[in-house]
Design a protein. Sequence first.
Length: 477
Amino acid sequence: MDITLQLQKPVASAAITITGSKSETNRLLLLQALYPGISIQNISESDDSIAMQQALAITSDIIDIHHAGTAMRFLTAYFSLQQGRTVTLTGSQRMRERPIGVLVDALRSLGATIEYVENEGFPPLKITGKQLTKSSVAINAGVSSQYITALLLIAGRLKSGLELTLEGELTSIPYIKMTLGLLTAVGIENRFEGNTIKVKSQNTNTRLQVEEKSPMGNGQSAIGNEQSAKTSEAQSEIYNLKSEITESETQSEILNLKSEILKEIIVESDWSSASYFYSIVALADEGTTITLSSYKQNSLQGDSALAEIYKELGVETVFKDNSITLKKLSHQPATINFDLNNTPDIAQTIAVTCFGLGTGCHLTGLHTLKIKETDRLEALKTELEKFGATISVTDHSLTLQPHNLFNPSEAHSISFGEGRGEAAVFVATYNDHRMAMAFAPLAIKTPVGINDAGVVSKSYPTFWEDMKVLGFEVDAL
């Protein structure tokens, strides 16, 4: 489906509820598969999370996760542990072009049996599940934090836990901290010191995780204040079962019992999805406000840095009652510089915001964008140039020149004529959800066309409906 977008009136003030974080959801879904006592609320409605749920439930020997990159990485580690089961893990054509050798090498070092079905270093993978006997491994930390997370998620089920040594410059550190925060939230002990992460085995010498815990602060994950009735019943059953264990039963049986985790986790809404509303407010009239929920000021998600980043682009963030209200102020810089090494997923949004404002920007720390759903740096360059941008990219950075293209008083201002579809500049999305959503706010300045607009379902299925709530005209072609 191709669409056109335009806005012929001021952005409407509105309150919008955004689905749970895809990043938190997919981590928790895998932990839930390993520890069935975990229950999850506010699960992401994204295609990636649906793919993750289906892959964990399927009994087929061939598992196709389509475009879901997190599912590919996390499930590679998960199926390595599933004794007695052999699966082939595959995906879309683009997924088969995205490297996974760093993770496979690390898992093989731990004892995993993984074969490349087609090309060395890339999916599809044939994985024969087994007990992984080793407990220490080193990994290149500068390629993708998802490789590190995949290992950390299964670490508690390794016989002796895991000692993970991170080599080279770390990338996307907040995503690693998110993973460790979620492990802590469900009771899996871990420690991150220097370049080493240690995760304690949950299979032996662990305490029964049944006590109530309050939401974690200081970067920890949100946990429900009260256990659900279902969890309480399960706790009672375990206490009863524990009391029935006789002296003749083996210590291993007792330790098995103690390794169970019972937790109810509430997934915070997705900060990456919030970025598009930050962009809308930045490009809107002074005084425009949008309220989003549900969000926490002490979020685990790295992209919560939006609140600080968009201050420089004239957007104020007010936290109140698990929601954020975004308000447009008058500030507009001529040029900005950001290192996005820890928050690469919001680079497209920031670049388009800057272009819409006429602000120049220099964004660095973007090396991971080369191996995403598309080469996001080249895609940004190609699509912004369609609107008249002067932009250059390297393997790790993007530089956009300031301009006056959207200033009607300027002789060289942009003009696309009248009408709809034919008046819009069309943006190719490259099977990348973030390309579609990052460019949508630009419709405040000029009509925009989006090719394959349905791609947003990968992370935010109701995005176009929420754009209508704000007053955007969304017309299918």
